[in-house]
Design a protein around this ligand. Sequence first.
Ligand SMILES: [Zn+2]
Length: 264
Amino acid sequence: MAQWGYTGETGPAHWCDNFPDAKGQRQSPIDIVTKDAKVDAALGPLKLTPARCADVVNNGKTVQVNIDSSETNMCGGPLKHNYRFAQFHFHWGSKDGQGSEHTVDGKPYDAELHLVHWNTDVFKAVGEALPKDQGLAVLTAFIKVGKENSAWNKLVALLTNVKCKNDKFSIQEAFDALSLLPENKSDYWTYEGSLTTPPCYESARFIIYREPVEVSAEQMSALRGLLSYCKGETPCCNASDNLSDNYRPVMPLNGRVVTASFQA
Ligand SMILES: [Zn+2]
C-alpha cells in the first residue's frame, strides 16, 4: 500500500492520487448540518452486545484495539443486517478545539471514537466486507475535554503499553469498549459514507451519537502522548513526534441525506 499521512505531500488532499475511491461521491467524514437532518422518529437505539478486547496496537496512525468475537455485536436501529465488532480506534487533535473527523454545524470536537463492525449476514470475513456497500457499520462517539470519565482510566492504563509505533500489548484484564460510549444511546445521526483513511472504500454506514463523551484534560493527554515513530527511531524531520491531528477534513455531502433518530 502507498504511503499516506495527514500533512504535506502525502496528506488528505493527495490521497486520491493513489487511492481513487478518495474522490468518490460518498466520502467521510462530513459536516452534520443539524437543521438539514431528516428526522425518523421510528429509528430506535441499536442493540449492542459486548465483546472481548484481544490486544491494543499503536500503528503509527492511530491506536487500535482489536476485538475477538464470533457473534453478532450490533444490529437494529438503521441496520438491515447483523454486524460483528472488529476493532475500535481514535482520531484526536494536538490541542483542544480540533481532532474529530465529523463536525456538527461546522464545529469539531476534541476527538472521535470509531467502533468498526462488519456485516456477517452478507460476507464471510472482515476483509471481504471492507470494500463493499453495506460491508461496514461504524459506531461513532464524539469526545470533548471536560470532567473526568472513570471508564477511561482503564483505557489510559492500556495506552501506556503502546507508546511507540508498532507496539502491541495483549489485553488480559476484561475491558468493555461499550463503557466508552455516551449515556444517551437513543439520539444519533446516521448516513452512508466511507473509510476515513486510505483506501477510503465507500462501504461504511456511520451511526454518530449526538451526546459527546467527556474526558479530563489529563485523560486526553494520554492519547496526545502517543508517538508516531518506532522505539529507538529518530522522528523524521517533517513528521510530528507525537501522534495527533490524525483526522481527515470533512468531505462534500453530494446530496446524501443524514437521518436523525430524534427531533432537535
Ligand atoms: Zn476512524
